[in-house]
Design a protein around this ligand. Structure first.
Ligand code: SF4
Length: 955
């Protein structure tokens, strides 16, 4: 009897799981019950048990586990409970917040958590940083300044991780990587677990982390153990993780005799390489391939569809699941923010932080909030929505009070604001409050739901909240707590495992290892997706990581390469699919496709994609017939009641797409949530800087005055004021951001030149202009316009109106992109014309004959004239603000009125606010209008009548 394990090496084409099932089926039922099988994924274990169940009518199954689970069960002497990833990132964030670091900043939490885990996994927590520092010091070719900054950065990373770990220790907690590394060294405890079995198999591993090696050594020392690995396939990469694992095992076996075994393998057909235009066409091809494979006799659960990029293919699969992939098992990862629970959370936070009418409405209309409200109140959400949309109430409270019948509803809603009232509280207070609201809206109803994605999201959310709630922390205010939800909870990944034995298996590449599929279709075979592109690590570069003992990028590349070649060697039928374009951008075909073309002389077949054929293939009605009941934009109100109040932005929406206008009027909140790092936040403070620059007052405090500033001094004074205001109004730390240097060196000098050109010697009029001029307060008269004989109440505010030399300059500031002149001339970007139409004639300086209108692009530092009054072109040209080709202001006003009138007539004729996809741009409602849904696309494209109108206008 050997005193140690036996290493059995199989050819790469051998199906290890089928071979193991074959061997086990020859054991006695009694032996089977005393067998332990260690497999890398749960999916393989489930499949194996199912195979055995086909052999025995009744049996006590072997124990299925994994090496990791065996390690986890060993209890190190100093142990604590493992902190979740979300809590760990939160602790790192609090530490970054408390300490002052030069190189580390909020946003680095995830990378720091991964570094900590990798340090433990790779056994270099103790010496990794010192090795890194030595390497940097020895690199004589680097600039000394750069060396210093690298070393300081390393010092800061080490410091923050030390602080985080001592905080965890004080709380009796530790990170997962540390727990595994410690437990792996508890060889006695691991041996004890293994000794309960008469036979042990460790099968289908392709690599193990260095920190698991002590545990692997114990497995190797068990005489009753067989370790089944594949021989290294012939991969492109120079190193193979499988080869390394074999070496480790062989080193642990003092007197090893490696067996070569013949296992079960299946006849193979040539791989097929397929190319289509878009990811959607890839999915349509998948539908066709699956139907062909099933017709050829493949069981659907033996067909694997492997996603190389869940971000691209996940949403497409979900969208088509009902129509084309009914019964398929979609085991995908998504962010909590993309689940129903995540959306409910975001809506709730918006409502608390900004209790505007639309945010309240949006939260109330979330299906989970609605169902909670309907449990307690007899209300019609539909009626409430439209009454709200048409009301003039400034807040929800005003509306509900005025409504009389809805007072009780108000009381329920006010509870949310009360519960999350600001103030400093311990973390568990906030967590308990959030749990209370979560249970109200979700708790009881969940058992009735049949959505694995939501159930998985809810359970991971509950686990994360429970874990974070158990941490002792300093007091937090609501904003900090919401920040935690926003940055960590909502960003957390939710994995849906699904049912591995039923239906086509849609899984990721790593999950597919060794699963005995009879056919596999790999999607997204493009460079950057498969193999993946380089990760964007900010803190440690690849070379430095390797010098510290961490795996570099090439080890991940080698693993992907190995996975592909194991699949290629073993799977009877393999398809590699790619699309030529992703998100409109051309792609480069994967090196895996290229090699198969070059070495195996395989052809890449280009497949045409016909949407009609696709719908017929899946047995669904064609788009035209599906569309009959889809009448977007039908509302039970008079259109006139929705467009009597008009702002420049709602007019633009109406002109470009009536459906977008309707959705925004009904205050449907798009899922385009405003994040604190959103570029729009930059636009807001930049606008504020310019407003304060002219006014000289900020938060009612007088900062400076333009009175008495001489022309010669103007430039230097203006620049220093802009610099000061940038620091004062911009976000914290702006002085170290690239945008600051760009503003100081380029944008502000260009802006000062521009206003100097306009004011010239008349600087004294600089503070006479109107800034952020609200249409509602500019005159005591009602701000109205009459279009189609219907009086419109006009709303909004104008960024800047300035007066000099008898000229009036109406400016809208843009952070980056302006509408084009052509769009203004056609009336499809009506903002400037709308303002000019409304303000003309309010007083003698607001005469459109003497007015120029245009956009100032703040970042680019560029002025763009979009309209010049009839009597001021010469003056404007003299001042360098216009030229002969600058559009005529009266003409753009006419064009705007014409386009506006035309659009309203279209809506009235069609009797609905239809979706017009002529200029979707960055429309926030595209998920709602379903313009990309192939069932509706054709109809919506037929409604693109703005394009036709515009071509008629241009002729
Ligand atoms: S995505 Fe296009 S068609 Fe859809 S609502 Fe927006 S603008 Fe209209």
């Amino acid at each position: 009897m050997p005193s140690q394990a036996k290493l059995v090496l199989h050819k790469p084409e051998v199906c290890l799981v089928s071979s193991l099932a074959d061997v086990l089926s020859k054991s006695s039922s009694k032996d089977l019950s005393r067998t332990l099988i260690l497999l890398p994924t749960q999916r393989l274990g489930t499949h194996l048990i199912a195979r055995l169940a086909r052999h025995w009518a009744a049996f006590i199954p072997p124990k299925i586990s994994s090496l990791e689970a065996i390690i986890q069960q060993a209890r190190p002497t100093t142990h604590g409970s493992v902190v979740s990833e979300t809590s760990l990132e939160f602790i790192i964030q609090r530490t970054l917040h408390r300490e002052t670091y030069k190189y580390l900043q909020p946003g680095h939490e995830r990378e720091l958590r991964l570094i900590l885990g990798e340090l433990y996994d790779n056994d270099c927590r103790d010496d990794g940083f010192e090795k890194g520092r030595n390497f940097i010091r020895q690199d004589i070719y680097r600039d000394p300044n750069y060396i210093d900054s690298l070393i300081y950065r390393l010092d800061e990373i080490e410091d923050v991780l030390l602080k985080v770990e001592s905080y965890l220790e004080a709380q009796g907690r530790l990170c997962q990587g540390k727990r595994v590394a410690m437990a792996s060294c508890c060889q006695g405890a691991i041996h004890q677990q293994l000794s309960q079995y008469e036979k042990i198999y460790l099968v289908a591993y392709t690599s193990v982390a260095p920190s698991w090696l002590p545990a692997l050594k114990v497995v190797c020392q068990q005489a009753n153990t067989e370790i089944w690995l594949s021989k290294k396939p012939d991969i492109y990469h120079r190193s193979s993780p499988l080869d390394l694992l074999c070496q480790h095992v062989e080193n642990f076996l003092d007197d090893h005799k490696t067996c070569q075994a013949d296992g079960i393998s299946y006849p193979q057909e040539q791989a097929e390489l397929l190319e289509v235009d878009t990811p959607f066409a890839e999915l349509a091809t998948v539908v066709q391939l699956i139907s062909d494979l099933v017709a050829q006799g493949h069981e659907s659960s033996q067909i694997g569809v492997l996603l190389t990029n869940e971000g691209i293919y996940g949403p497409l699969f979900s969208r088509l699941q009902e129509a084309s992939f009914a019964g398929a098992n979609l085991a995908m990862t998504s962010r909590l923010s993309n689940t129903e629970l995540g959306r409910w959370l975001q809506r709730m936070m918006h409502c608390v932080e900004d209790p505007s009418l639309e945010n309240w409405l949006d939260w109330m209309r979330d299906p989970y909030t609605t169902s909670w409200l309907l449990e307690q109140h007899e209300i019609s959400m539909e009626a409430l929505t439209w009454n709200l949309a048409r009301s003039n109430a400034p807040t929800l409270e005003h509306f509900l009070r005025g409504d009389g019948e809805s007072e009780e509803l108000l009381v329920s809603l006010q509870e949310l604001s009360r519960d999350f009232a600001s103030g400093d509280h311990p973390l568990d207070h906030w967590v308990t409050t959030l749990f209370r609201w979560f249970n109200r809206c979700f708790g009881e109803k969940l058992t009735k739901l049949d959505k694995p994605s939501l159930l998985d999201a809810v359970s991971s959310f509950e686990r994360a909240l429970e874990d974070i709630g158990s941490l002792r922390s300093e007091l937090l205010n609501r904003r900090d707590f919401f920040d935690f939800i926003d940055r960590f909870l909502l960003a957390a990944e939710v994995r849906v495992t699904g049912e591995p034995l039923q239906g086509v298996q849609v899984i990721n590449l790593a999950e597919s290892r060794y699963y005995p599929f009879s056919a596999v279709i790999i999607l997204g075979c493009n460079e950057g997706t498969f193999p993946k592109g380089l990760p964007k690590d900010e803190l440690l570069d690849n070379t430095l990581k390797k010098e510290m003992g961490l795996p570099g990028w090439d080890s991940l590349e080698a693993m992907e390469d190995q996975t592909f070649h194991l699949l290629k060697a073993r799977i009877p039928k393999l398809y590699l699919l790619r699309s030529k374009y992703v998100a409109g951008q051309p792609t480069v075909r994967s090196r895996f496709i290229e090699r198969l073309q070059a070495e195996n002389r395989l052809a890449l077949h280009k497949l045409p994609f016909q949407p009609e054929d696709f719908w017929q293939t899946i047995g669904k009605p064609t788009p035209e017939s599906v569309l009959t009941p889809y009448h977007e934009g039908l509302v039970a109100v008079e259109p006139d009641s929705l467009w009597t109040k008009m702002s420049a932005s709602s007019l633009e929406k109406l002109i470009r797409c009536p459906y977008r206008f309707l959705l925004s009027k009904a205050q449907i909140q798009p899922l385009d949530f405003f994040r604190r790092d959103d570029p729009r936040a930059e636009g807001e403070w930049l606008h504020k800087v310019l407003e304060v620059f002219f006014r000289g007052t900020y938060d009612e405090a007088e900062l400076f005055s333009w009175h008495g500033v001489a022309r010669d001094d103007f430039r230097s004074i203006a620049l220093s004021r802009l610099e000061r205001l940038t620091i004062m109004i911009g976000p914290a730390g702006i002085q170290s951001k690239p945008v600051y240097f760009h503003l100081i060196q380029h944008s502000w000098p260009a802006f000062v030149d521009h206003i100097d050109r306009f004011f010239g010697e008349t600087l004294v009029t600089l503070s006479r202009g109107m800034k952020e001029a609200s249409l509602g307060t500019m005159s005591r008269r009602r701000q109205t316009l009459k279009i189609r004989n219907l009086v419109r109440d006009c709303q909004g505010s104008i960024d800047s109106i300035d007066f000099s030399y008898g000229l009036t300059m109406l400016t809208d500031y843009k952070r980056k992109g302006n509408p084009t002149r052509r769009e203004t001339q056609l009336g499809i970007s009506p903002q400037l014309a709308f303002y000019a139409l409304v303000v003309q004639g309010y007083h003698r300086d607001l005469d459109i004959k003497q007015m120029i209108v245009g956009y100032w692009n703040i970042i680019k530092g560029e002025w763009s004239t979009h309209g010049v009054g009839d009597e001021c072109r010469d003056k404007a040209q003299e001042r360098g603000l216009a030229n002969q080709r600058s559009p005529s202001l009266p003409q753009i006003l006419d064009a705007t009125v014409r386009t506006w009138t035309w659009r309203e007539k279209q809506v009235l004729d069609q009797e609905r606010f239809y979706a017009d996809p002529s200029c979707c741009g960055m429309c926030e409602y595209q998920d709602i209008c379903r313009k990309d849904d192939p069932r509706y696309r054709v109809q919506l494209e037929d409604q693109a009548d703005l394009n036709e109108f515009v071509s008629g206008e241009q002729q």
